[in-house]
Design a protein around this ligand. Structure first.
Ligand code: HEM
Length: 155
């Protein structure tokens, strides 16, 4: 396992499986809670494969899912690439500082039939075995507003 993590540098701290719960809200929808599992899988190369799956905390029904990569660039940036089944593709860049990745959208690609999401911001923080994140989005007539907060523990 150590060999697999070696090319990741500081990103190695995110490798593994994380499970926890989240809360979602937005001015135009009802608030909701969810369970989540996130995997950052090492490959022996300088990236982690990323997958998030969520379920309704009350009914257990599957909710949002997304996948992508977390990678270290040659210039020392951390990039998160995300593909969403609702017709969105995202590329973010940030410097990893003290376990915190404060991402602003560098690129957002949208299918002509995707919801009119104009901007997404994500902040991911790892402290020991606790992984938390927040997500804000600008959608339709609503400016950048908080949508999600989740807390996961290393499984
Ligand atoms: C609603 C985007 C992640 C659950 C929405 C809406 C958008 C959106 C555009 C429509 C708001 C409206 O109609 O006014 C996103 C994006 C996400 C994300 C871009 C990730 C970056 C999640 C996650 C969950 C979730 C992780 C649950 C685990 C919901 C629910 C609604 C909603 C329940 C309201 C019902 C619906 O429109 O389907 N989201 N969302 N979202 N989102 Fe998210």
């Amino acid at each position: 396992m150590t060999d697999m993590l070696a090319p990741l540098g500081d990103l190695a701290e995110f490798a593994g499986r994380w499970v926890g719960v989240g809360e979602g809200h937005y001015p135009t929808i009802d608030s909701f809670s969810y369970r989540e599992e996130i995997e950052f899988s090492p490959s022996g190369k300088p990236f982690l494969a990323y997958r998030s799956r969520t379920w309704n905390a009350v009914t257990g029904q599957p909710m949002h899912t997304e996948c992508g990569y977390l990678r270290q660039t040659a210039s020392g940036f951390t990039e998160l690439l995300v593909s969403q089944p609702i017709g969105l593709g995202e590329i973010y860049r940030a410097r990893l500082e003290d376990g915190c990745l404060d991402f602003e959208t560098a690129t957002l690609a949208r299918s002509p039939e995707a919801k009119p999401v104009q901007e997404i911001r994500r902040r991911v923080v790892r402290r020991g075995d606790l992984l938390t994140y927040d997500m804000w989005m600008a959608h339709a007539d609503t400016p950048l507003t908080h949508h999600l907060h989740a807390e996961l523990r290393r499984a």
